[in-house]
Design a protein around this ligand. Structure first.
Ligand code: ZN
Length: 454
């Protein structure tokens, strides 16, 4: 077969330019300057080359302009200049950032569970557009419902991991409040049956205001989930509500959770929710947070619809506290705000003063290691090619929290292209497409479907 010539015509050439660009954010470099160097050819040792981007890969201490080559779904090369003629397909990603695909460590995707009033999202719809290639569902399912959820996981294009809820029935209100549903042996057995998916356990929403009694003791769900984690050798996540002493029972204190009960590697999610003692009455950040991090305890953002307030986050970050991981807590009631998606949540941290390499760290390799999937979240040769390609728009932006507060910022992450296992998962601007007239002449593009009737 004859070697195809390089196609150097711009992505948005011809009369299509106006409509092709109308999708774009007006400040995007794609709107200002169409991509120039898209090319395809028959030969080349690489399948795909992302050329000219600014690579940030905290796991490998890379923060500079680099080319990234991909073959057979894996990262195959990364260096300052990989020639275009070594790759079958080359995409110009100049003026864009290239990072490991984001890992969202807190989301909810069990959308076929109709026994609960919660509304879930479809990961395939919402993750790739915001650069997320791995998502952790945190306790939407439990030991008795996980296999139903697994059918969705198996269908999902987005790599989906899961925490089992302490309640065997999953995240419906009744089970989480009922210690009789905390079936530890079943949880451990399910985790051991599906070790590729289940990476730990979660407790949430337990007994936040009703009076305690002999069954509903202050620490029942926390103690049970830790016991499950201990038996399975897995981390656990706490969605937690501190309470004062009441009804003859002692306090359920935040300090006890993060400095005593929680083990190294265990995770407190919703760290900037308004009901935690993050900032004291003098405006100082709680020093227990640093002590907990020193002993290996993990703090996750888990933004959600009610778990992120700037009055906690801004002063904490100004005083040097950084959550280990940035995550969304995506569910059906926050995709239209205040969460929207992972890129929006990461942007909030950029605009609170964290450097770009720092927010990428907390959205890629940090969650990968915490989930005991250290092979993810990095652009290392031989590892799976999960990649986000995005811009950081500059301008006047504003962001909202979950209690009616707003913050301003001059940056916004705007995802352009997502690869999952080397495959294109999101490319609405056609960076990986030829201009239509240049589609390969022997490809199906030019063939009328068989049976087409005039
Ligand atoms: Zn959640």
């Amino acid at each position: 077969m004859k070697r195809r010539s390089f196609i150097t015509r711009s992505l948005a050439g011809g009369v299509a330019a106006g409509s092709a660009l109308s999708l774009l954010h007006p400040q995007s470099v794609l709107a200002k300057r169409p991509r120039k160097t898209f090319s395809i050819q028959e030969t080349g040792r690489y399948d795909l080359l992302l050329k000219g981007g600014h690579v940030i890969d905290p796991a490998n201490n890379i923060n500079s302009k680099m080319d990234v080559a991909i073959t057979d779904g894996n990262i195959a090369g990364i260096s300052a200049n990989i020639p275009q003629n070594e790759s079958k397909k080359t995409i110009d990603v100049s003026e864009l950032y290239v990072t490991p695909g984001f890992i969202d460590m807190h989301a909810h995707g069990f959308y076929t569970d109709l026994t609960t009033s919660y509304q879930w999202v479809r990961f395939s719809d919402i993750c790739f557009p915001s650069g997320v290639t791995t998502v952790l569902d945190v306790g939407s399912s439990g030991a008795e419902t996980f296999e139903q959820f697994k059918k969705l996981i198996d269908m999902s294009k987005v790599r989906t991991l899961a925490l089992l809820n302490i309640s065997a029935t999953g995240m419906n209100d009744k089970g989480e409040q009922d210690p009789a549903q905390y079936k530890i042996p079943s949880m451990v057995e399910m985790a051991q049956t599906y070790p590729d998916i289940i990476i730990g356990f979660k407790t949430a929403h337990y007994w936040t205001t009703p009076p305690y009694d002999k069954i509903h003791t202050p620490w029942a769900s926390v103690d049970a989930v830790i016991e499950a984690g201990r038996r399975a050798g897995l981390p656990v996540m706490f969605d937690f509500f501190p309470r004062k002493p009441s009804d003859g029972y002692p306090a359920r204190s935040y300090r006890e959770l993060i400095l005593e009960k929680g083990r190294p590697g265990d995770i407190h999610t919703h760290v900037f929710a308004r009901h935690f003692p993050i900032i004291d009455e003098n405006g100082k950040v709680n020093q227990d947070l640093f002590k907990a991090q020193e002993r290996g305890f993990i703090f996750d953002v888990g933004h959600g619809a009610g778990s992120f307030v700037y009055r906690n986050a801004v002063p904490a970050i100004q005083q040097g506290f950084r959550p280990n991981t940035i995550s969304t807590d995506l569910h059906g009631d926050n995709t239209c705000g205040p969460v929207v998606n992972m890129a929006n949540v990461i942007s909030k941290f950029l605009c609170m003063g964290l450097p770009i390499e720092d927010v990428i760290l907390r959205s890629t390799i940090n969650p990968a290691r915490i989930m005991n999937r250290p092979e993810l979240g990095q652009l290392t040769v031989g590892h799976t090619a999960d990649v986000a390609v995005f811009e950081v728009l500059k301008g006047d932006f504003s962001y909202v929290d979950t209690s009616g507060g707003k913050n301003f910022g001059d940056q916004k992450i705007y995802n352009i292209l997502t690869l999952s296992g080397g495959k294109i998962g999101f490319d609405p601007y056609g960076l990986s497409y030829p201009y239509w007239e240049n589609a390969p002449k022997d490809s199906a593009y030019w063939v009328n479907p068989s049976g087409q009737y005039f």
